[in-house]
Design a protein around this ligand. Structure first.
Ligand code: PMP
Length: 337
């Protein structure tokens, strides 16, 4: 039986997530596609890992003291992770987020006891951008730290020291490729670095949504975005500190429609309810698997990240009216509802 002994602290529940072979994606790719179940973290997303590492790092540096406040600008999942970790360690949480994010994420943050500050969605260059607002608030608040997930490399360290060795062990040292999309870039860079340390031949691919600039950057050195995406938490327009030195070998661009198709299939055929970034990651993993198979590699194994739970998007991805308003295909079972 594959079960662990009791943990001594709720924080130990972060990480060590299960890995599952995905049947439909494996069939589509002609090789084994594995999904790391990050929705199984206590905050139901991959960002619990970064939250824990950033808070522990601030404590170690002596910046975060008992009773202090953690302030962050986030699309939501990092905030949820920070609020849970901060509650467990006796800190207060203030989250600044753009007001176009899902209602579920806002309600969740409030329910967890975080103070929520909503700002209009603007470009990074605008001083009113959520990242700058959160940084200024931290500077002006006594006893507060700014987590700064985009350029705080404690974020990717969570994946170098956690996600990558877990994947390596779960796949018994036989991994051919890894891919995922980037928000801060912590996951792709950290898992990429951690896996390359163990076997430099593992192919690391960035899977970029439309509307992000990284696909072009890794393809031809130009930070240029094309199109748009409704996927939350991914889609980066600059090289964050977490992305600096990321060992990216190749890149794919995946549309929302392709990502949604896999969200639908994984739900209806495999009983997994996921967010759109997971669907985009799975579509990217299939591309990477096909590429490795086409090169004549045998018994190919590709891993990706199932970033968060679909329950976080009931009013968006799983709502027919919302999908129609975004000109996206509506899942047929929602039409009948
Ligand atoms: N998917 C979702 C739903 C997220 O919230 C995030 C975090 N922004 C990511 C993917 C990307 O993770 P990372 O920040 O490590 O690039």
């Amino acid at each position: 039986m594959n079960i662990t002994k009791p943990f001594g602290s709720t924080l130990d529940l972060i990480g060590n997530t299960p890995l599952v072979r995905l049947t439909g994606p494996s069939e589509a790719a002609g090789c084994d596609i594995y999904g790391k179940c990050e929705f199984a973290n206590p905050g139901s997303s991959v960002k619990d890992r970064a939250a824990l590492f950033m808070i522990r790092d601030a404590e170690k540096r002596g910046e975060l003291k008992p009773g202090g406040t953690v302030i962050e600008g986030t699309a939501g999942n990092t905030g949820i992770g920070i609020a849970l970790v901060a509650n467990a360690l006796g800190y207060k949480t203030v989250i600044v987020m753009p007001d176009n994010q899902s209602k579920e994420k806002m309600d969740t943050l409030r329910a967890l006891g975080a103070q929520l500050v909503l700002v209009p969605p603007t470009k990074y260059a605008d001083p009113a951008h959520f990242q700058h607002v959160s940084r200024r608030m931290a500077e002006e608040t006594e006893g507060a730290i700014w987590a700064g997930q985009f350029d705080n490399v404690a974020n990717r360290k969570a994946h170098i020291e956690g996600t990558a060795p877990e994947l390596w062990e779960q796949l018994e040292g036989r991994v051919d490729g890894f891919t995922c999309a980037a928000g801060t870039g912590g996951t792709i860079a950290g898992v990429g670095m951690g896996l390359k340390e163990r076997d430099e031949n593992i192919r690391i691919a960035l899977t970029d949504p439309h509307g992000a600039a990284l696909y072009n950057f890794y393809a031809n050195g130009e930070l240029k975005a094309e199109g748009s995406s409704v996927a939350e938490g991914i889609g980066q327009g600059r090289i964050t500190a977490n992305l600096e030195g990321a060992p990216i070998d190749t890149q794919f661009r995946i549309s929302d429609e392709e990502g949604l198709e896999w969200v639908a299939k994984l739900l209806r055929e495999e009983g997994l309810c996921l967010g759109l970034s997971s669907g985009i990651n799975v579509a990217g993993a299939i591309e990477l698997g096909k590429q490795l198979v086409a090169e004549g590699r045998k018994d190919v194994r590709v891993a990706t990240i199932l970033c968060d739970t679909g329950f976080r998007y009931l009013s968006t991805l799983y709502n027919a009216e919302w999908l129609r308003s975004k000109d996206l295909p509506v899942f047929d079972w929602l039409e009948q509802a």
